[in-house]
Design a protein around this ligand. Sequence first.
Ligand code: 5GP
Ligand code: MN
Ligand code: MN
Length: 333
Amino acid sequence: DDWAAAESLLRGLSADARVLLICHVNPDGDALGSMLGFGLGLRSLGVHRMQATFPGPPEVPEPLRGLPGLDLLVPAIEAYPDPELVICFDAASESRLGELVDRLDTAGAALVLDHHASNTRFGGVNLVDPRAAATSVVAEQLLSRLGVVLDAEIAECLYVALTTDTGSFRFEATTPAVHQLAARLLATGIRPGDISRRVFDTRPFGAVRLFGEALGRARLEPAAAGGRGFVWTWAGLDDLARHGQRPYVLEALIDSVRCTAEADVSCVVKQTTPAEWAVSLRSKGGVDVSRVAVALGGGGHRFAAGFTGRGTVEEVVDRIRGQLDTAVIPAAD
Ligand code: 5GP
Ligand code: MN
Ligand code: MN
């Protein structure tokens, strides 16, 4: 099966094999954490000419700059053009790999580790488990099959990934197995309080003010999504510039917007170029936002999804409104 195939691919690597680890564009805690944690694990087995990278500018979001294993990172432009093996983390489709997509063809072999139900299985070997709470769960299973012993550095990477994708163990995907994995990671001595403060609870004052502005112009549409309610806001490049903030600070904004009691669906539209917007969608369960995102060219999960929108904010939000009613999940009785 795929697990055996993945294991033999990795066991067959020579110590100086050119292995390239890649993850999705605008990497989050799961993308970077699973990639670097797995990389550190492979390194502990003696694989030493490894590179890790992601598409776009080689800028790690500030909250993730404490991750162990950052020394594995190289800018995308310097990544092996023809690696012996490429391993891809947390990307549901090739479109999430930006300019690195060509490595799927130039590499000797391509291994995909992911947990998106919408994964297109674009690798030669695909370990895709939609029931896994994070890609790091899949990564840890593979490391364990390879006999890697978890140390504190590997564990910290995997823990950041696990807490990011489970909303710090709040989301539905938080199974007993998730807590059992967390327990094994914590047993290495990592400090969950320090990690959480760094990753989730630290932002510049300018970002706090920027959030205030964006929340101040949020709109609530109670009749949308078949009466389940829709709340949304947006932030432009000029807002970022005025507050001196980098785009990734906006990633946490959706967590404040989605608190809205009167709305099942929440949305933040974030300008990335003058005519492009990164759209985040969240649902409390009555609406499958991955259907909305897929219909508009993106993807994701039932409760969290996203896509790239073009045009004005109003045009992007109009397109979302047009998809909301068909994405309502019929009540089961
Ligand atoms: P976020 O809103 O945190 O950026 O993304 C939530 C989820 O939506 C992610 O787990 C990711 O799977 C998915 N997602 C976000 N943006 C895109 C996109 O542009 N394309 C695709 N295919 N999926 C996305
Ligand atoms: Mn991700
Ligand atoms: Mn993930």
